[in-house]
Design a binder for this molecule. Structure first.
Ligand code: GDP
Length: 531
């Protein structure tokens, strides 16, 4: 063990719970598919996408999702690879859904960052990386699409080091580029991995090499490519840091593998890397004390709620990350916020092929708990102890709009729908203290369309979003008297969110600056912890 934590029970120690972060089109779906293929969860490449499409048509869930080809919902997938149990938590790729993505990242112990070898670090990658950085999440990097024309290897590494301010160590090194790319040298295990261009699903030929002067290299690598490779690898050894496991776990160093997901190339090496170097389930911050995975009592927290996974039933699934213990189906847990017992009799585990009942689960696992709205994002379940998991953020929306029901008689229905989406974390809903109606806040424009279409689909209620006089929202905090004075003097700007917390709505950054100047005892914040 590198840290001073006690040794974990083997079942917990073998778990690796992670997410993939990337810019759209870098190859996340393709890589996921290959993970599942090697994890034995699917038999054939292409099934993930096919499965996704079949599900969507069956449930007719979100025509828009199909039309636009973006994944609105995130889910979790479990599979075994060698001695490891991988829990891959899927993040929606589109930037409009970043808040959901952010919260997903609170449920994982590591992230795999996929970049396109020709494009390097793109905007969405950068954004997601910053979130991982907030939590010092360990990052493992996969540079994809090496079968195509790609950038110079040092360029790619430099760009990651500079833009993301993280050290990079090569775990493998590409040989040849673009059409001349023949494979990689596995630096961690001294092997030559040769890509088979003829068969995309064939696992690369792997040859053990005894150091860089092994004559076998000459047999397999054309002379001109070999010269360049030897020069580069020498330079890399001089210029780049070696793999330091501690730095990796602290999130200050990322190993990079080069490969081609679509050609199944480099994927197994990456999986080996996640298993060997990736973190075990980590302690979870909570009040009044931290939770350690090896504790015998079960605890967990909800990081995502998905409604209407099956539109025929008005059920929701709360995604629970187990923070500690060994969970058995049928366990009675305490819903800490509600102070009520809750028997978890039909938890689901998400295997790639389908969801199935989870008979048991361990710290690090993600289980789905069907419920009728009792479970909200940020909720903690324990075996009785009053613990509250912390660090699950809610972000101030970047776009605000008013919303009106097409049929004014149905205002109550609208309120119900809006509350549901607020609890799911799909939108922020604010009730202004003056006047009627609601203001809805989202992170990206597309979310308004998704909401409108879901309200119509799920509640049979056509709605219209319209411009609001406000553009920003900030949560108000401070001592009660200061908050009262402030809210009384600024009534036309005050609203309450669905948890009843006070919010300051405004049009201008200038307003926010003014409040901060005129009310030194008030704090306006762009994030709040989910309760
Ligand atoms: P996502 O948006 O990040 O999920 O990306 P996808 O996995 O859907 O991939 C985007 C596109 O890149 C698809 O057309 C893939 O077939 C293609 N792609 C993925 N991996 C590779 C690769 O290794 N090489 C090449 N040439 N194309 C790839």
């Amino acid at each position: 063990m590198l840290d001073n934590r006690p040794e974990l029970p083997p079942e917990i120690a073998r778990r690796r719970t992670f997410a993939i972060i990337s810019h759209p089109d870098a190859g996340k779906t393709t890589l996921t598919e290959k993970f599942l293929l090697y994890g034995g969860a699917i038999q054939m490449a292409g099934q993930v996408r096919a499965k996704g499409e079949a599900r969507r048509t069956r449930s007719d869930f979100m025509q828009m999702e199909k039309d636009r080809g973006i994944s609105v919902s995130a889910s979790a997938m479990s599979f075994d690879f060698k001695d490891f149990r991988f829990n891959l938590v899927d993040t929606p790729g589109h930037s409009d859904f970043s808040e959901d993505t952010y919260r997903t990242l609170t449920a994982v112990d590591a992230a795999v960052m996929v970049i396109d070898g020709a494009k390097g670090v793109e905007s969405q990658t950068q954004k997601l990386f910053e979130v991982c950085r907030l939590r010092d999440l360990p990052i493992l990097t996969f540079c994809n699409k090496m079968d195509r024309e790609s950038r110079d290897t040092f360029d790619i590494i430099d760009e990651i080091q500079e833009n993301l301010a993280i050290d990079v160590t090569p775990a493998s090194w590409p040989i040849g580029r673009g059409r001349d790319f023949i494979g990689c040298y596995d630096i961690l295990r001294d092997r030559l991995e040769l890509m088979d261009r003829a068969d995309r699903n064939k696992v690369a030929e792997s040859i053990e090499i005894k150091g860089l002067d092994d004559p076998q290299l000459k047999e397999h690598v054309p002379a001109d490519l070999l010269d360049t490779f030897l020069e580069e690898i020498e330079m890399a050894r001089e210029l780049l840091p070696p793999l330091d496991h501690k730095a990796l776990l602290e999130g200050t160093l990322t190993p990079i593998w080069f490969g081609s997901a679509i050609n199944s190339f480099g994927v197994k090496e990456l999986m080996d890397g996640i298993g060997t170097y990736g973190p075990e389930p980590q302690p979870q911050s909570a009040e009044p004390r931290q939770i350690s995975p090896e504790e015998s009592k079960v605890s967990g927290f909800v990081f995502k709620v998905q409604a209407n996974m099956d539109p025929k039933h008005r059920d929701r699934v709360a995604f629970l990350r187990l923070a500690s213990g060994h969970f058995h189906r049928g366990m009675k847990l305490t819903h800490v916020r509600d102070k009520k017992p809750m028997t978890v009799s039909n938890p689901v585990l998400f295997l790639a092929s389908d969801r199935e009942l989870a008979e048991e689960a361990w710290a690090g696992d993600i289980i789905g708990i069907p419920n009728h709205g009792q479970l909200r994002i940020g909720d903690t379940l324990t075996e009785g102890e009053v613990l509250k998991v912390t660090g699950i953020p809610s972000f101030a929306p970047e776009l605000l709009q008013g919303v009106r029901a097409g049929d004014p008689m149905k205002a109550k229905h609208l309120e119900k729908a809006l509350m549901q989406f607020a609890e799911e974390g799909a939108a922020k809903v604010f009730k202004p203290s003056i006047g009627s109606g609601f203001i809805v806040g989202v992170v990206g424009q597309l979310q308004f369309e998704v909401l409108a279409s879901r309200i119509e689909l799920e509640y049979g209620l056509p709605v219209r979003f319209e411009q609001s006089q406000f553009t920003s929202a900030r949560w108000v905090s401070g001592d009660k008297q200061a908050v009262d004075t402030f809210t009384n003097a600024n009534k036309q700007h005050i609203a309450h969110d669905n948890d009843g917390d006070t919010v300051y709505l405004t049009r201008l950054q200038w307003d926010i600056d003014r409040v901060e100047r005129d009310y030194p005892d008030i704090r306006l914040t762009a994030t709040k912890e989910m309760m």
